[in-house]
Design a binder for this molecule. Structure first.
Ligand SMILES: *[C@@H]1O[C@H](CO)[C@@H](O)[C@H](O)[C@H]1NC(C)=O
Ligand SMILES: *[C@@H]1O[C@H](CO)[C@@H](O)[C@H](O)[C@H]1NC(C)=O
Length: 348
């Protein structure tokens, strides 16, 4: 049975066919980059091991922090099960290209010595008695490693075992009675695993908590170093999709925009799941293309945007490089391979 909506879609397609083009629609909606950029400056997705977390908790599943501009706190699975509920979408304005060129992260390196050649040191300790541990995006889990030496190798091997780990922060945490007396490992050398690479200016957790009764002092951090996989693996292409471009430093700015979510990590499969689950657009039909990218603010990874489209496109529209201190990095686009618009809308 044809709904009015479907009839309208069929009619629109018929017109498109007549013109010999499927892409241009009068009612096309462009990426609302202004809303995405504004939201990116409000989110706080930075974390690290809490003082009372036990080692080796399983990494949490990917979650959504913003849905179409509205803050939420929910797993991708829960959002997808809800059909990726839509806000009333605002008419998007054409966004202007950011002026800043992408700058490579210029992390200071104290030493390039890495006990595993697949990893490189991103930053060394600060040379002081007190240092800071990373508070950053895409925190996964941590372990403690044998502290009879400064055990970088064990930490890198831990990263190898944690799914999606590309970066570890290794540091001592003092005056934490759980590490000193409770957890069976009896080590204060923490190795925190992240799904994204972080830089020294993100060493913002200095401890400072009274975790043990006085006269024990406040907790503090020393010898905090960062290590990253030199060549993180290319994300697997989700089933039913093919990769159209990336990694690049341009976000898609194109027609058929449906909306966006922020993810707490760079998870291509999660973005595909949300595209699959998104309520169809009355004109454009189901989500057929998605663009995932990392927002860096002052070179610090800040959030991971997943924007969804009814129109398939390629790198030619991935032109928005950000704005001001926010840069678009690690941008990839994926198109639905099975369902072209005609099979999607006419064969049901
Ligand atoms: C999100 O929810 C989880 C679990 O309900 C909670 O532990 C966490 O603190 C929440 N995060 C924010 C930013 O509200
Ligand atoms: C190793 O960790 C244990 C437990 O936290 C602590 O008592 C000990 O002093 C640490 N050793 C070094 C060399 O820091």
């Amino acid at each position: 049975m044809f709904s009015l909506t479907r009839l309208a879609t069929v009619a629109a397609l018929a017109v498109s066919f007549a013109k010999g083009s499927l892409v241009l629609r009068e009612d096309g909606v462009m990426t609302d980059m202004d809303s995405i950029l504004a939201a990116a400056s409000t989110v706080d997705q930075k974390s690290g091991p809490a003082a009372d977390d036990p080692p080796q908790l399983p990494p949490p599943t990917t979650s959504v922090t913003i849905l179409d501009g509205t803050p939420i706190n929910s797993t991708v699975d829960a959002v997808a099960a809800d059909g990726v509920t839509l806000n009333r979408r605002s008419r998007a304005r054409r966004s202007h290209r950011g002026l800043l060129k992408h700058r490579r992260e210029l992390a200071r390196r104290d030493s390039d010595f890495s006990p595993d050649p697949r990893y490189e040191q991103v930053f060394g300790d600060n040379g002081d008695d007190h240092d800071g541990s990373i508070q950053g995006t895409a925190y996964l889990t941590y372990t403690v490693v044998d502290n009879s030496t400064y055990n970088v190798l064990d930490c890198l091997q831990f990263c190898d075992r944690v799914k999606d780990c590309v970066f570890v922060n290794l540091y001592y945490e003092f005056n934490n009675p759980l590490l000193d007396f409770v957890f069976s490992e009896h080590s204060n050398l923490k190795c925190a695993a992240y799904g994204d690479r972080h830089i020294a200016v993100e060493k913002t957790n200095q401890g400072g908590q009274q975790l043990e009764d006085p006269p024990a002092g406040l907790s503090y951090i020393t010898h905090s170093t960062g290590w990253a996989l030199k060549n993180p693996p290319e994300p697997a292409v989700p089933q039913g999709y093919s990769k159209m471009f990336g990694p690049s430093n341009g976000a898609n700015n194109a027609d058929g925009y449906m909306g966006f979510v922020f993810l707490d990590r760079y998870d291509v499969q999660a973005c595909a799941n949300l595209c699959d689950a998104r309520d169809p657009d009355p004109h454009g039909g189901r989500c057929k293309f998605f663009n995932i990218w990392r927002a860096e603010i002052d070179q610090k990874p800040t959030t991971y945007t997943c924007s969804m489209y009814t129109e398939i496109t390629d790198e030619s529209t991935a032109v928005n490089s950000g704005q001001g201190s926010l840069l678009v990095t690690n941008s990839r686009g994926y198109a639905l391979t099975k369902a072209l618009p005609q099979s999607c809308n006419l064969q049901k």
